[in-house]
Design a protein around this ligand. Structure first.
Ligand code: PHE
Length: 441
């Protein structure tokens, strides 16, 4: 059933039967390049964010293939061998050595090695096995940015002074930013001693934060303008952001930026001062700087008020035609107007999990929730809106575990008849048995 080779962006890769786990719909997505499609909301959002990081200081890489090595995606960034992100349950593998990148950071080392400019942006499709709901899809898009300074090219080798001169040139904005934590944390985010002085790390962290705040101001003022066009009575609150300490194996110190939106703190990006080992291993030990990674899809959802992440994959003109002309004129950006909302159709399925008793568990791998999600997605495609675990139960005597999921079917493009959903749900039930070896209840 598994193909012996697959072609991704024109390049053939041999698969490996024990590792290959990429379903057809995910494989098909590798050729879509939505972030480059003129007048597509993801392309427009990419352009808005990109405008904060102009050429020639930043060079753009938008066409890098999603098939990368485990070295690029994990090892080169210092992920430990037992990091959960490496598991087959979380990541799409083509073979033991090749996978679909889980983040744009997979290109950090190679770009640091090859790029002669002061900075770069990589925009690309990324792949993660995950839950299904209106904001999670196994394929999404990220933009990674980095800015480096070369010790040997900076006057007197004084990186801190050179960075502060650049900070001075960044746009000023009048917004509320909370940044309560100290720059360093002894265990999680220490100063990279022996590589940076505290003054250098502080300067780089400030440049990073001011650059990203400016991008968020740009994106959210466009979101506000679009909201006002849709509703002249729209009252918004002052933009609030906060910096939160974070951990990434490849940066120190590290942060996440959160933005207050619609009554909640929304995590928008991860970033930090690049670990010097990455520059050293990339053959550019004189460089030092920062990197960030931001998800494009969620930002596009709030910029255009798009209610469901599946819409990005739609080929329906009622979706696509709403953004015509915006790539060439970002000021024409408008909110998405939903075409009639088709009714949801929820169906439940419950089953005994495989591998839930010790005897079984020794013989077979336990069922992982992401496997359930994927079987549903494979059978029902984009007609599934949401999959929720709503009941779990362990049999007191046998120790067997049972799980019950509610699957919400809803097409974004048409009304589904109950017969059609019943027959689809039946296929899902059968596939759960044949693919995962569960026992229906
Ligand atoms: N790659 C990280 C992620 O996907 C984000 C990140 C990029 C963090 C660059 C730090 C520096 O979560």
């Amino acid at each position: 059933k598994k193909p012996s080779s697959v072609t991704i962006r024109g390049q053939a890769y041999n698969t490996d039967a024990t590792w290959f786990n990429v379903p057809t719909n995910v494989l098909d997505a590798t050729s879509r390049k939505l972030h480059l499609l003129k007048d597509h909301p993801l392309q427009i959002t990419r352009q808005v964010m990109q405008s904060n990081f102009p050429a020639p200081t930043y060079r753009y890489y938008d066409e890098l293939s999603p098939a990368v090595t485990t070295h690029q995606n994990f090892d080169s960034l210092g992920f430990p061998a037992d990091h959960p992100g490496r598991a087959l349950s979380d990541t799409y593998y083509i073979s033991d050595k090749t996978l679909l990148r889980t983040h744009t950071s997979a290109h950090q080392a190679d770009t640091f090695r090859a790029d002669e400019s002061d900075g770069y942006l990589v925009s690309a499709d990324v792949y993660r096995r995950d839950a299904i709901d209106r904001s999670h899809y196994p394929v999404f898009h990220q933009m990674e940015g980095a800015r480096s300074w070369d010790r040997s090219k900076v006057p007197d080798g004084d990186v801190a002074a050179a960075v502060w001169r650049d900070v001075e040139k960044l746009p000023k904005h009048n917004i509320v930013v909370e940044d309560p934590n100290p720059t360093f944390h002894d265990e999680r985010n220490p100063l990279q001693e022996g590589h940076h002085s505290a003054a250098e790390a502080e300067a780089i962290a400030s440049h990073l934060k001011r650059s990203l705040e400016a991008m968020v101001v740009n994106v959210f003022s466009r979101a506000r303008a679009a909201a006002l066009k849709a509703d002249p009575n729209f009252v918004d609150e002052p933009l609030r952001m906060r910096w939160v300490e974070a951990y990434f194996p490849f940066t120190s110190p590290s942060y996440e930026l959160e933005v207050y939106y619609d009554g909640d703190w929304l995590e928008v990006l991860g970033c930090g001062v690049v670990k010097q080992d990455i520059y050293i291993n990339a053959g550019v030990p004189n460089k030092l700087g920062w990197a960030f990674g931001i998800g494009i899809d969620r930002i596009a959802m709030l910029l255009f008020k798009i209610p469901d992440i599946r819409l990005f994959w739609s080929r329906d003109e009622r979706f696509l035609s709403q953004f015509t002309g915006v790539s060439d004129n970002l000021d024409a950006l408008k909110r998405f107007v939903p075409f009639s909302k088709y009714p949801p159709c929820p169906k439940d399925v419950s089953f005994w999990l495989r591998g839930s008793t010790t005897e079984e568990g020794n013989a077979q791998a336990a069922t992982h929730e992401n496997d359930v999600m994927e079987v549903v997605r494979n059978v029902a495609g984009n007609v599934v809106e949401d999959v929720q675990l709503f009941d779990e139960f362990t049999h007191p005597k046998s120790g067997r575990k049972s799980a019950a999921y509610r699957i919400t079917y809803r097409s974004l493009e048409r009304t589904l008849t109950n017969e059609a959903v019943v027959s689809l749900h039946d296929k899902v039930r059968k596939a759960l048995v044949s693919e995962l070896g569960v026992e229906l209840r």
